[in-house]
Every structure is written in C-alpha cells, then in structure tokens.
Design a protein around this ligand. Sequence first.
Ligand SMILES: Cc1ncc(COP(=O)(O)O)c(C=O)c1O
Length: 323
Amino acid sequence: MGFPGTGTIWMNGKLVDWKDATIHVATHVVHYGSGVFEGARCYSTPKGSACFRLDAHMKRLMHSSKIYRMEYPLDLAGWQNAVLDTIRANRMAACYIRPIVYRGYGALGVNPLGCPVDAAIILWEWGTYLGQDALEHGVDVRVSSWSRLAPNTMPAMAKSSANYANSGLIKMEALADGYSEGIALDVFGSVSEGSGQNIFIVRDNVLHTPPLTASILGGITRDSVMTLARDLGYTVVEAGLPREALYIADEVFVVGTAAEITPIRSIDKITIGTGRRGPVTEALQRAFFGIINGHAPDRYGWLTYVGAGEATEESRKTVGTRG
Ligand SMILES: Cc1ncc(COP(=O)(O)O)c(C=O)c1O
C-alpha cells in the first residue's frame, strides 16, 4: 500500500498538493489519537467510477465525530460532495478513500476542546488487501492474545484513530507469528473481530456474526453481506460466538472495505472446513463483487457514480473551524 506521493488532498475545503498537505508536530491528534476517520472505496465499473455506500461511510464518520464531541461543519451531502470532488480533481478511476476529522494545532494537553476540528480527504490506489490469491484460497489466521476494547473504555462503534493502537498490536503479533491476520476476542472471551475486519462463520448453511455488543466496529461490508446473504435465502444470526465455534465452522470469512470478503482456511493451525473457500463464501463474493464491479444491477442503490461533473462550490469553501 505505497503512496503515490502525487495528486491533491482535500484539507478543510481546499485542494492541496500531496507534498504540501502537512500538519505541525504539535498537532493534538499526533499525541492523543484524537481523530476519527473512514475507509471507503471507489470502484471502476463499465458505467464509470462509483463509490460503494458512500452515504453510509460518511454517516458513520459523522457519528464517530459526534461521540468524540468533534463535530465538523459539513452535513451528509457536503461530505459526499467533498469526496466526489476530490476524486474528480484527482481523475482517479478507482481508489481508496480516507476522510479524517481530527483535533488540530492549538494546545497540547489531554483536554482536546481548545484545539480546532480539522478535516482532510486523502485518496490513493489500494488493491486487494491480502492479495488476489487470498480471495480465492483463503488465509491463515490466529486468535490474538490481545482482546478487543472493553465496553465503556474506548467506544468501538466510533472509528477512531485511537482504537487502531489495539488493531496494530493484533496485526503485528499475527505477522510476527507467520499469520496473515489476528482474530480478537472481546474481554468476555467471545469472538469479536479482526484487526480491521468483521467476521462471519457458516455452520449448516446458517451465517453467524458477533453483535455490536461484542466490541466490534459496525462494519458497512458486514451490513452489506448480511443483506446479500438474506436475499440469497440464508439465515443470518447476530449473536455471541464462543471461540471454539470458529474451529468447528464449515466456513469462516472476514469482511471489510479493505479485505472485501476474504475466506479463512485455518485458525491457530486448525483447518476450517475443507481448508479452502467454501460455497457460501463464494456465493457471497459473487453477489458482492457483481455489484461493486458494476456487472450486476445495483438493486440496493449502493453505488454513487462519480460522474464528470465539476467540483461544487459548496464543498470547496473552507469549512475548517479555524478557517
Ligand atoms: C476494526 C474494524 N472492524 C471492521 C471493519 C470493517 O468495516 P467496513 O466494512 O465498514 O470497512 C474495519 C474497517 O474499517 C475495522 O477497522
């Protein structure tokens, strides 16, 4: 996931050259993790570039900001236009989209309230997270020795920069031990999620996924997969899952904007099912990729086409709280 180092970045309503999109080292977010962000994708389709569930992503950004008392003066339409304008300005056919709202430069101390609320939208090209091979053959993962955030400590429903300290520990431990990913349990020992993905298991053709109370991020891909699975006739159960349910599942897969739908072939060196992508995972991948690649009808209205339109005045005006 290298950066191109070119193009422009939206900063408080202005498009800034990549190399100039910098902040001061005394900026609050650098020290205290006081940022909330999103990760969305724009896909290239036969009808043009289209963002996947842009509204849901921007709504979650606004909710994360609200939880952290860090609301930014853009409404949902303003956020969506800002993203679309930035994609148009960079003339990108497909990209990863990273909006971030953060406490800026003003003072250093635990109290963030004296710092401005700033925002940026960064785009870059990001292919398949765990590789094309992973989508077909699956990956090997471990159950992490790190637990997910305890309830009422760090809000797991907010996609905050601070939460990714935990994700980083899970990911580094997995890589150090030769696995692709780590699956974390919640503090009660039930299955929670991966470092940056939600998890599903399939048993006897029924899908199971941990609920929001298991310290997960309410993933937009998770929500999409539940919709697709139900429409394909599967029952989907959102309920607590004991760790051992992972090992005896017929299929396990993780989902997320970066990972899309990636099968798991082993957990803690125990083979899952037949050790390769299962039929339910494959059916869901087909349905999901059909929509995002524009080969199947967008029957849920999940795609926002970027179009060739000009940047709207609205999203270009400087909206940062410190002007
Ligand atoms: C911790 C965590 N869980 C789950 C997800 C999946 O969420 P989404 O499908 O909205 O990308 C992500 C990705 O952003 C994540 O970071």
